[in-house]
Each structure stands twice: as C-alpha cells, then as structure tokens.
Design a protein around this ligand. Structure first.
Ligand code: FO1
Length: 309
C-alpha cells in the first residue's frame, strides 16, 4: 500500500485550531481528521456531537472562537423558550446550531451512519477536508466521581468539571469505522492534536485496531500543556488526579509513552522529554495566522525527520 496520508487525531477546540492550519497547507485528498465522539449526547431529543461540531465549524470558519463552541453570531431564542417550558437548559443549543443537530438526528433516524451524516454536513459547510467520526457506534465517555458516575457533558458542563475525577471509562463496545481504519492503513504520518489525552484522544486509541495501526508509523503529538498550564479545560486537574503527575509537556509524553516518535511543544518546554525528536516552537493558537504558522512549522519538522514529503 502507498502511504500518502496525514492522519490527524483530535478532540474539540485546540485540536480543531491546528486542523484549521493543516487544512490550509495539506491537500484535502492527503489529510483526514479522525475526531472523538465519546462526548456525544442526546439533548432535547437530538444527537449532538460536540467535537465533530467544533471541527466542522472551525474548518468552515464559522466557529465562535471566543466561546470555544457553537457558531459565531449565534442567538439562543429556542433555549429561552425551553427554559420557559421548564425544560433542561444546562446545555445550550444555539438557534442556528440546532439545524446541525436536527439534520444529524433526522438522517441518523433514516439509517445513515454518523460518517455519512458528517460528510453531508461538511458538504453543506463547504469543508473539503474529510472529517471522520472515530466510530458510527455509541461510545460514551463516563466520569467516576466520589458522588457517582456522570456522562462526560454532565460532568463538564452541568457540574462545571468541579467533582474530582477518579476514573475515566468508555461505555459501549464501539468499533472504529472502516473509513478510520482505511485512513490509518494509508497513513504516512499520524499527528495527535493538542487535545486532552484522557477524554479526547484515549477514546479514539481504545477502539480495536487503532493502536495496532499506529505501530510502525511515525506518530507526532502536539502538547496541549504550555509552560505547565492547560488553558481553560480540565486537563491540568486530570493529570494530577489520574496521572499522579504535574501538568507538563513531559507528562503528556509519558502518558503516550511508546506510541510517540516525536513531539512538538512550546518553546522552553523541551526539557526531559524522553524522545529524540522534539521541536520547541510557539504553540498557542489565538488567531488563524497562529494556527497556520504552527501547522507550517510542524510540517517542516516532519519533513526534516523524513516523515513527510
Ligand atoms: N460547552 C459549555 O460549556 N456549555 C454549553 O452549554 C455547551 C453547549 C454546546 C452545544 C453544542 C456543542 O457542539 C458544544 C457545546 N459545548 C458547550 C461545548 C462542549 O461541551 C465541549 O466543547 C466539548 O465537549 C469538549 O471537548
């Protein structure tokens, strides 16, 4: 088999920002983004796929960058009416965002797979880069806390990620899709985005056949930890409670262990990373220019290492 593909593994916000840069530099027929669906939930009777949404909206340049989820210029009239009826308002679906979940749910009910539904949504958004849900089957990320077990969105949004996490596990015997496995079979280089390794990347890696396919392919991870900080999300606390380690790029490298062949970290965070190929550069992506610059530097690094042409 000729290996020509860059396969990108990602969760939501940080991962989607780098995907935006990569999608500007790598032709759509050489790039596939495999996206976590462990965060998915049914809300107001609709199938919501937060990480797929963030990836699609980011690549289509319609994401609300400030809020970190949903669409730019969004309104929340339907939410106000749900509240008026006494319905669940802990998870906010915007008025235009609703169209995505309505169509996804409708097409799924008609028998289309999540992969096919995502392809149709991407066509509507004019996103050419293939966005592949990791699975067409339900795999729910569950969070064990001292007060009981919560679905990921309940823990993150309703409980504001406050209850300490005792264990993360995945409910359902989901399988990777044939598109995901085919992309990995054609991978020349796998890039793990700057996403949470426990709740965004691990759900992808636990699917049967995925880890096996990463052996023998260069795997380059971008650290989601910058100078000991994890941005807005719950990663820093998870590294402390689950990994029993401090938040650092080195902890991310140890978490992935043998899986990695190279790493991109924030300049100054290179110390003690047990890999021969480590690039220190500017990794924060506040603007599209930053996303593109990081993607360009990452690709140059991959070319220098002989992983990419
Ligand atoms: N995050 C929130 O903090 N509050 C919300 O009400 C919320 C709604 C929401 C709706 C659609 C969607 O695609 C994402 C949404 N998110 C919301 C973000 C989501 O919880 C997280 O970004 C991801 O699950 C983390 O990977």
């Amino acid at each position: 088999m000729t290996r020509t593909q860059l396969v990108y593994l990602s969760g939501g916000v940080g991962g989607a920002r780098l995907a935006h840069g990569l999608a500007r530099l790598v032709a759509a027929d050489r790039l596939s983004c495999i996206v976590n669906t462990g965060d998915d939930l049914v809300h107001w009777g609709l199938h919501v796929s937060p990480d797929l949404d963030t990836m699609m909206y980011t690549l289509a340049d319609v994401a609300d960058v400030e809020r970190g989820w949903g669409l730019t210029g969004e309104t929340f009239e339907a939410l106000a009416w749900v509240k008026r009826y006494g319905g669940p308002s802990w998870f906010a679906l915007g008025d235009r965002d609703l169209a995505t979940h309505i169509m996804r749910s409708e097409w799924l009910r008609d028998g289309a797979s999540l992969t096919e539904v995502t392809r149709r949504l991407c066509a509507g958004l004019q996103v050419a880069t293939p966005i592949l849900p990791m699975s067409d089957e339900r795999c729910e990320t569950m969070i064990d806390t001292d007060g009981g077990t919560l679905g990921f969105q309940h823990w993150l949004v309703a409980e504001r990620a406050l209850p300490p996490v005792r264990r993360v596990w995945f409910r359902g015997a989901a399988r990777a899709t044939s598109s995901v496995l085919a992309a990995l079979d054609a991978a020349r280089l796998v890039v793990i985005g700057p996403s949470n390794p426990y709740v965004s990347i691990e759900p992808i890696l636990t699917l049967p056949g995925v880890r096996e396919r990463l052996r023998g392919v260069p795997v380059l991870a971008v650290s989601p930890i910058v100078h000991g900080r994890a941005g807005k999300g719950p990663l820093a606390a998870m590294l402390e409670t689950l990994g029993r380690t401090e938040p650092s790029a080195r902890s991310i490298a140890s978490h992935y262990g043998e899986l990695l062949t190279a790493m991109v970290v924030e300049r100054g965070d290179e110390k003690d990373i047990p890999l021969r190929a480590v690039l220190g550069t500017d990794t924060l992506m506040h603007t599209r220019q930053h996303s593109r610059a990081l993607a360009a530097r990452l690709l140059e690094f991959a070319v220098e290492l002989g992983y990419w042409t």
